[in-house]
Design a protein around this ligand. Structure first.
Ligand SMILES: [Zn+2]
Length: 465
């Protein structure tokens, strides 16, 4: 007797590129059987006319701020992730963590979470932890050593790798990066980097990230190429990455489907010269938090809010839609949200990215096929983080993390005015064989767990000098 049986749905078979009509028998959190005329089940979901996809794997997002509280659990962004079909999310990107890693992993292990969580440890977070206040200066030898100790602790807790936010700490040199990762080069870790600079500097920024991979011999995930190179240089940026792959380097990349980026107004992104760089004025900046929520800037407001509220999350409509489209459809480019919310406010990508790809870019624009889109949001990212023997495919033995959606109606609804509106067209989201989402309602927010990455132990054999 299965716990759940899903009948009459179409499932993607990435090896043939076809949708197959197969019923799915689920038990103990796993996919047990596929086929027709499966045995009885305690619960049957009829997926007639629907597609059943592996749960979406968001390889690039930003976790919520959690704190121990007796009355309620404080999940924010991960609830919205689950509502848009994400079942596994990789936190700690762009060099940033919002909490101590042992607290984060223990909290989720204790309470569960709306999605399965993995995390990077962020370089800028480490700089902060060792007391570097000036983002324009390089770390000292002593600080680098302290950061190495923190890195080791984070790897022991099972983080996936190190994320860099080069744009946010302009003082970080490639030398600092190299020194920091030197002792960990033999571990199977993943590096991720938010580029140093965008627009006309995009190509040299991409080259720098490739160079970090070349020098360290470690795999590199280039983060949200959209906001780096969607200023008329996407073609060239993607070609550079392709060339690096041909050279034998292990470089991959993700993108999000919006022509506005989002970050804190006080960050280095908005330092002197940014408007000249983008060829645009302060009117492209939308303030997303109270008391200015929904207001676009002029120079006076921009300066005032940047000074008084540097933590203000803003959206900046700086990028070219054509280049976004190019990145979305380029083979090998993963779809990721880069979602970041604070108390439910921020950029709509946190609640809309994956349905937007399937609705706008697959169905409406025809930029890519449904199969290619699903691959870019499931198996491809799952493989990148070493989960492809348990997630990213619908096969017997795989985790029953699934999304049931209507390919004719799925669409994001989150907007810059209302960034957390849930999408339409998603019937169910299952995590570990249980129903987490039904329609636009989150039924369970504790089905996900922290997924520690176990690193090979060559470090203990070859002690760093
Ligand atoms: Zn970033």
């Amino acid at each position: 007797m299965y716990d759940i049986k899903i009948i009459n749905g179409q499932i993607p078979d990435f090896s043939t590129g076809k949708l197959l009509e197969q019923d799915i028998g689920i038990g103990d959190g796993k996919i047990l059987d596929l086929g027709k005329n499966l045995g009885e089940a305690k619960k049957i979901l009829n997926a007639q006319g629907k597609v059943i996809s592996p749960g979406f794997v968001d390889i690039h997002m930003h976790e919520e701020f959690l704190q121990e509280a007796s009355d309620k659990i404080h999940y924010d962004i991960s609830k919205h992730m689950a509502l848009m079909g994400v079942t596994t999310a990789l936190a700690g990107n762009c060099g940033n963590n919002r909490m101590d890693m042992s607290f984060f992993s223990q909290y989720i292990t204790k309470y569960g979470a709306p999605v399965n969580y993995l995390s990077f440890i962020g370089h800028n977070y480490l700089r902060d932890r060792v007391g570097i206040e000036d983002r324009y200066r390089e770390a000292t030898e002593e600080e680098i050593d302290q950061m190495k100790d923190l890195l080791q602790k984070a790897f022991d807790l099972g983080v996936v790798g190190i994320s860099f936010g080069l744009e946010y700490s302009p003082g970080v040199s490639i030398r600092e990066v190299e020194k920091l990762i030197e002792p960990f080069k033999n571990l199977d870790i993943l590096l991720a980097a938010h580029y140093r600079k965008d627009a006309k500097y995009a190509l040299e920024a991409v080259e720098e990230m490739i160079e970090i991979s070349r020098r360290s011999g470690l795999p590199m995930q280039i983060s949200h190429i959209s906001s780096c190179a969607a200023f008329g240089m996407m073609d060239e940026a993607l070609a550079m990455i392709e060339k690096a792959r041909e050279e034998g380097l292990d470089i991959t990349v993700d993108t999000y489907p919006y022509n506005a980026f989002s970050t804190f107004l006080g960050s280095a992104v908005f330092d002197e010269g940014c408007f000249e760089l983008w060829g645009k004025g302060p009117e492209i900046i939308l303030l997303t938090e109270a008391p200015y929520r929904g207001q676009y800037c002029d120079m006076e407001l921009f300066k005032k809010v940047r000074k008084e509220r540097p933590e203000m999350l803003v959206a900046a409509f700086a990028m070219d839609e054509e280049d976004i489209d190019l990145s979305v459809k380029s083979p090998g480019v993963m779809i990721a949200s880069d979602g970041l919310l604070r108390e439910g406010q921020g950029h709509p990508r946190a609640a809309g990215t994956f349905p937007r790809i399937l609705g706008k870019y697959v169905r409406e624009k025809g930029s890519l096929t449904l199969m290619d889109a699903l691959y870019k949001m499931t198996l491809l990212p799952a493989s990148r983080i070493g989960l492809d023997n348990q997630k990213g495919k619908i096969e017997a033995g795989y985790d029953a993390d699934l999304v049931i959606f209507d390919p004719e109606t799925i669409m994001d609804r989150a907007t810059f005015e209302e960034p957390t509106l849930p999408p339409t067209g998603i019937d169910y989201v299952l995590i570990r064989g249980e129903i987490a989402v039904k329609g636009q309602q989150l039924l369970r927010e504790n089905l996900g767990t922290f997924l520690p990455k176990v690193h090979n132990s060559s470090l203990s054999e070859s002690k760093p000098q």
